[in-house]
Design a protein around this ligand. Structure first.
Ligand code: ADP
Length: 453
């Protein structure tokens, strides 16, 4: 087993990884930027090293410095967390060339899945259902129009190299095609230096359902069930739950198998997530994320499996601790992301100093957070400051627990989205499981009014 792991990240995910490392008897090295000196991950790690100025490109994205620190502090492995360098194949190669272990998939898998069109091609070959659309990058606007006629409008033009919701354009009919095609291409070139685009049918009112995968270096791949992440704003997830309240056991089984096929098609090892859009019993692959995800704790709550621990074990060349038959699902878990943002002012970020802090507790409540009283939330990084995760025997029990946890939660000093989450937890549609990826957009006006009264 590894003796010392460098965590190439910050915030709550760095804290999350440090916790498992210490439970496994592994020492940790934290890295931090100038403005992160007071961060919780810096205080919890065995040791911490400053790697540069606040700007991520000069600190958390500096591959050379991070690897130098890992070597100088005698680390044998690097865990990338999510974001930053976690899906950067060049970083994986550089880490390995320096004799260190990257705790994540291979550079080849990241490359194969990082390009969405390439991933789509791989999935088609691996018999994974994909959204109807083009089978290769689009060669011309005319070709795009022909395929659109075949699959039916509305359609999406997507950048092959896209991510974070960028490089995506909708066309509702043929007259919108030219502008959607040109704009997607332009944005793709500007954001990703690659103007390759492809076409997908726009699935109306889908749920976003994803499957957690784990693979080892002995050819074993298992899935840990699904997460419903449909409550999103502009493609950013806000509330997630596991399992999904709409899947039948047959569809769950099929999706799990499709996700395993997806992982096998990419020779995938370590933790990954296969994302699908789902509507009326049909599901279609949209992409595979080659890292640990923000919402992984809900899967941990219903399976009792520490995903970070499995990630570390796999790269220490151990077999997965579980066979598919040994994965048991218990109850329902929900996660709410607490963001330092003001939903009444167009969701603007509201970083500030924590004046008073009380986290909820009690049975079945887990908090993953970077906050402590007196901590000043940095304006330089992501606005997510805490994740409240609850676990109940039934979905209704989990919802009641989340309401209670949100009632108890007290963060003063800056505005958060706590109230918005609380209103969603009381929404009839949410409680009935009657929601899709358009939920926030459909309800936001009502929430803005409700709280203002
Ligand atoms: P990104 O990598 O930029 O986040 P994704 O391909 O994962 O892009 O899509 C982001 C979100 O957009 C998904 O969670 C889903 O809600 C929606 N989406 C993507 N493709 C489709 C589609 N073909 N039909 C309907 N919704 C889609």
């Amino acid at each position: 087993m590894f003796k010392r792991i460098l965590i190439a990240n910050r915030g709550e995910i760095a804290v999350r990884i440090i916790r498992t490392c210490h439970e496994m008897g592994i020492e940790t090295v934290a890295i931090y930027s100038n403005s992160d000196r007071e961060c919780l991950h810096v205080q919890l790690a065995t040791q911490a090293v400053c790697i540069g100025p606040s700007k991520s490109s000069e600190s958390y994205l500096r591959m050379d410095r991070i690897i130098q620190v890992a070597l100088a502090t005698g680390c044998d492995a690097i865990h990338p967390g999510f974001g930053f360098l976690s899906e950067n194949a060049d970083f994986v190669e550089m880490v390995e060339a320096c004799g260190l272990v990257f705790i994540g998939p291979s550079a080849a898998s990241i490359n194969a899945l990082g390009n969405k069109m390439a991933a789509r091609t791989l999935m088609i070959a691996g018999n994974v259902p994909v959204v109807p659309g083009s089978l290769a990058p689009l060669k011309s606007l005319n070709e795009a129009k022909e395929i659109a006629l075949e699959v039916g409008y509305p359609i999406l033009i997507k950048a092959s190299a896209g991510g974070g919701g960028r490089g995506m354009r909708i066309a509702h009919n043929e007259s919108e095609m030219e502008s959607a095609y040109n704009q997607a291409k332009l944005e793709a070139k500007q954001c990703f230096l690659n103007d390759e685009v492809y076409l997908e049918k726009l699935i109306l009112n889908p749920k976003h359902i994803e499957i957690q995968i784990l693979g080892d270096h002995f050819g074993n791949v298992i899935h840990l069930g699904e997460r419903d992440c449909s409550i999103q704003r502009r493609n950013q997830k806000i509330i997630e739950e596991a399992p999904s309240c709409v899947l039948t056991p047959e569809i769950r089984e099929k999706m799990g198998q499709a996700a395993i096929n997806a992982a096998k098609a990419a020779d995938y090892t370590n933790a990954g997530t296969v994302e699908f859009v789902y509507v009326n019993g049909e599901f279609y692959f949209i992409e595979m994320n080659t890292r640990i995800q923000v919402e992984h704790p809900i899967t941990e709550m219903i399976t009792g499996i520490d995903i970070v621990k499995e990630q570390i074990r796999v790269e220490a060349n151990l077999r997965l601790n579980y066979t598919q038959e040994q994965v048991n699902f218990n109850g329902v878990a929900i996660e709410c992301r607490i963001n330092a943002e003001d939903f009444r002012k167009g969701f603007i970020p509201t970083p500030g100093r924590v004046e008073y802090l009380h986290f909820p507790g009690g049975m079945g409540v887990r908090i993953d957070s970077l906050l402590y009283q007196g901590y000043r939330v940095s304006p330089f990084y992501d606005s997510m400051v805490a994740k409240i995760i609850v676990h109940g025997t039934t979905r209704l029990e989990a919802i009641r627990k989340m309401r209670r946890a949100l009632e108890e939660l007290m963060i003063t000093g800056f505005t958060t989205n706590q109230e918005l989450l609380y209103m969603i937890m009381h929404s009839k549609d949410y409680v009935k499981g009657n929601f899709d990826t358009g939920f926030i957009e459909a309800h936001i006006d009502e929430y803005l009014q409700e709280g203002a009264e």
